[in-house]
Design a protein around this ligand. Structure first.
Ligand SMILES: Cc1cc2nc3c(=O)[nH]c(=O)nc-3n(C[C@H](O)[C@H](O)[C@H](O)COP(=O)(O)OP(=O)(O)OC[C@H]3O[C@@H](n4cnc5c(N)ncnc54)[C@H](O)[C@@H]3O)c2cc1C
Ligand code: FES
Length: 367
């Protein structure tokens, strides 16, 4: 009888996932996702949210068939989908498969939980704070990664480290946090309600960090998305990285730009050509602003030819900010010849529901 079921319902058998470039085979039982099976096998498979929103577990399906538990298009761009990228945390295998995993994350320290306390909240703009949290012990992370902050019963939220890491770890970590009107986490944070409370910092998480190479770096930040880019660029400078770089920073008005002095200093001390391009989307017509106006992605399209020259296949892009900005920028970059595998980002996704593969909404951000 068991043979009958096995013959007709072969999909119920475990499948094998071969993970490149490691060449490791993982057995994936039918009830487990690819990520769950990889973690159960003791592999440090990159991941964070496990609910399909952060794209940390993004990998490329080289061969085989899968059953997605959600519409990957919510998190991944059309270009990534066309290139075969999937989310391991939302994938079951329906055949043996070969997958390409980004090996760059192998050096990232494993996540741990730290006990912290808010020691400073410094306004950067009218709705962005620099928040410093002192930790019970030093935390190691890779520039560009993020942590999940938890205070009591408030739903936990993710924030990117704004400072470059230190080799021995940082006893104080800082974040640039934008106030979301009505936000479960940011409203009490901005009101000072977290100042006297213990804060749990879990991390580091994420696969957004500098990749090796010598081609141009194209960096795009929107609002508080400047945090991981400052961390990454300051760390790159510390490590004497010598690559041409352009940083586009999108904000609404002049008053929403911040850290410009630090960016100018970075530009002056950078070991190759560094261009800083602030872009304002809602600066009043009558203001004396003579820089770029409009959406940062439109300006990106205009500056790319001069930044990339003949180097587009060797270029890497690093972007952080709201999902629509990232989605549009991915299209602009790939159209300009940047390899989709060289486009790295953290989308600042929020707690709104996103559709499953069957169209049913599901609560995305359990963090
Ligand atoms: C990997 C990662 C890194 C992140 N890093 C940062 C960071 O460094 N700095 C930072 O400020 N944020 C960052 N975020 C976003 C952050 O995690 C929270 O989503 C954000 O602070 C809102 O939390 P909240 O609880 O205050 O609002 P919520 O209670 O989640 O939202 C309140 C209401 O506003 C809506 N809403 C939330 N955000 C938006 C939006 N952008 N546009 C329109 N409506 C919205 C929600 O759907 C909800 O209805 C990051 C997110 C991710 C996934
Ligand atoms: S771990 Fe899969 S999308 Fe976040």
């Amino acid at each position: 009888m068991a043979g009958f079921w096995k013959k007709w319902f072969g999909a119920a058998e475990a499948k094998t996932a071969r993970l490149l470039p490691f060449g490791i085979d993982v057995e994936v039982p039918p009830q487990q996702t690819l990520l769950e099976a990889a973690l159960a096998a003791g592999l440090a498979f990159p991941h964070s949210c496990t609910v399909g929103t952060c794209a940390s577990c993004k990998c490329r399906l080289v061969s085989g068939t899968i059953k997605p538990a959600m519409n990957f298009g919510y998190t991944l761009s059309k270009e990534e989908l066309d290139a075969g990228y999937i989310l391991a945390c939302q994938t079951k295998l329906t055949s043996d498969a070969v997958l390409e995993v980004d090996a760059a994350g192998a050096d990232a320290p494993p996540p741990e939980t730290f006990n912290g306390k808010v020691t400073a909240r410094t306004p950067l703009t009218q709705d962005i704070l620099a928040v410093t949290v002192a930790l019970d012990r030093p935390m190691r992370y890779v520039a560009g990664q993020f942590a999940t902050l938890r205070v009591g019963d408030v739903p936990p939220r993710s924030y990117s480290f704004a400072d470059p890491p230190e080799r021995a770890g940082r006893s104080e970590v800082s974040f640039f946090i934008r106030r979301t009107p009505g936000g479960a986490f940011t409203e009490p944070l901005f009101a000072g309600a977290f100042d006297a409370l213990p804060i749990e910092v879990e991390g580091p998480h994420g696969g957004f960090f500098l990749r090796p190479g010598d081609g141009p770096m194209v960096c795009v930040a929107g609002g508080s998305g400047l945090a991981p880019l400052m961390s990454l660029l300051l760390d790159a400078r510390k490590n004497n990285i010598r690559r041409p770089c352009v940083l586009l920073f999108g904000a609404r008005t002049r008053a929403d730009l911040y850290k410009t002095v630090e960016i100018e200093t970075l530009a002056q001390t950078w070991l190759a050509d560094f261009r800083f391009v602030p872009v304002l989307s809602a600066e009043p017509e009558e203001s004396t602003w003579s820089g770029h106006r409009g959406f940062v992605t439109d300006v990106l399209e205009g500056v790319l030819p001069s930044v990339l020259g003949e180097d587009s296949p060797r270029a890497h892009a690093y972007m952080c900010g709201p999902p629509p900005m990232i989605d549009h920028a991915v299209t602009v970059l790939t159209k300009a010849g940047v390899d989709i595998g060289n486009v790295h980002y953290d989308k600042f996704t929020d707690s709104r529901p996103h559709p499953t593969s069957s169209g049913e909404p599901t609560l995305a951000q359990a963090r």
